[in-house]
Write a protein that binds this ligand. Structure first.
Ligand SMILES: NC(=O)c1ccc[n+]([C@@H]2O[C@H](COP(=O)([O-])OP(=O)(O)OC[C@H]3O[C@@H](n4cnc5c(N)ncnc54)[C@H](OP(=O)(O)O)[C@@H]3O)[C@@H](O)[C@H]2O)c1
Length: 337
């Protein structure tokens, strides 16, 4: 092979290798962040990886709870503790670094205090106009700022979509002033939503696990008095580990005040902040004011029908029982994510 051609081929391979390193780091950053989805409200879950010049991972951290360090600050601090701060060459972060002082100092400043020369970012900050762009600030200070969707790989668009989905509840709250609404619906083989007498559910063990994963990432559960009266539901996270110390709201739509006081007391004893509500829109404003990013709707056909008819939903999860086969799970997500 002529020397020039060989060099071009080697350059191409090196670029592909470098892109593969960023893609893998980004996937790990997403995974780190997803583990804390449901624990960070009113902040979004965020993951960050610090890489050295050879593409070795120096630190992988996530934002774990509001008031705690942001993912970038945590990754930088982990590098400092490990004595590798001076080796940071690239930071890979799922959400645009913040550029404002909230409960913690701006992440853009933390990044500028490191030797990093490049930052890969998954999603832009939905609060951009309020906060001022962290990406622009870093670029203005000479860092190479790249968005993950520009990664020269076939999976770049999917990585960017995953990053946007991760912060979708935060975006919904910032733009619409209400939590992201996940509506979970179990449908029996006969198409109905009512379990057989004596049963609270008709879905399989794996569907039950999914339902509890949805609860885990929610800051509030929304239900109707009909569901409460029929099922006496616990609404706790049981089939997957919950976030330690997580306290959720339990909002019961109940204009006629049919919910038994004993149910309210028992729900409080299970760790919920419980309240009865009359109006869906007022409830949305109330949940938003309380910092909830995501609410899971687990209700009977009346309330669910009302929400779907109003278009008041963001993710519709349908678990469909099938005779003699595993349940089918259908997830529809509202754009834009
Ligand atoms: N398959 C599933 O996924 C699933 C899930 C949960 C429950 N269920 C089943 O569903 C059955 C109960 O059904 P359901 O339809 O009676 O229960 P529901 O939808 O949970 O609750 C109905 C009550 O919610 C309130 N409500 C509904 N829409 C409202 C709105 N737009 N604004 C304000 N309040 C509203 C009303 O209270 P007021 O009448 O006081 O106004 C209404 O009576 C049970 O058999 C249960 O097992 C199935």
């Amino acid at each position: 092979m002529p020397r020039v051609t060989r060099r071009l081929t080697e350059d191409k391979r090196a670029r592909a290798d470098a892109a593969a390193v960023i893609a893998e780091a980004f996937r790990q950053a997403l995974e780190a962040a997803e583990a804390f989805a449901g624990a960070t409200a009113p902040n979004p879950p965020v993951g960050c990886i610090a890489l050295d010049a050879d593409g070795q991972i120096l630190a992988c951290e996530a934002h774990q709870r509001a008031g705690g360090p942001h993912a970038e600050a945590a990754a930088i601090e982990a590098c400092r503790r490990a004595g590798v701060l001076d080796r940071i060459a690239t930071l890979v972060v799922t959400l645009e670094p913040c550029n404002h002082t909230g409960r913690t100092p701006p992440c853009a400043d933390a990044i500028l205090s490191t030797p990093a020369t490049a930052v890969w970012i998954g999603a832009s900050d939905p609060n951009r106009r309020v906060a001022g762009g962290g990406a622009a600030r870093l670029a203005a200070r000479g860092l190479e700022v790249r968005w993950i969707e520009s990664l020269p790989r076939r999976d770049a668009a999917a990585l960017a979509r995953d990053a946007r989905r991760l912060i979708a509840p935060f975006g919904r709250a910032a733009r619409a002033g209400r939590p992201w609404l996940t509506v979970k619906q179990a449908v029996a083989a006969d198409g109905g939503m009512i379990p057989p007498p004596g049963c609270k559910t008709f879905t399989s063990a794996s569907s039950l696990r999914l339902a509890h994963q949805l609860r885990r990432r929610a800051d509030a559960i929304i239900t109707g008095s009909g569901c409460v009266l029929a099922d006496d539901p616990a609404f706790t996270v049981r089939h997957v580990p919950d976030h330690p110390g997580k306290r959720r709201r339990l909002a019961i739509l109940d204009r006629r005040r049919r919910t038994p006081p004993a149910y309210l007391r028992a729900a409080e004893a299970r760790g919920f902040d419980v309240a009865l509500h009359d109006d869906l829109h007022a409830l949305m404003a109330d949940l938003h004011a309380g910092g909830a990013l995501e609410a899971l709707v687990e209700a009977g056909p009346t309330l669910m029908g009302a929400l779907l008819a109003e278009g008041l939903w963001d993710e519709h999860v349908v678990i469909r029982q099938r005779a003699g086969q595993p349940d089918a799970v259908d997830i529809r997500t509202r754009e834009p994510v």
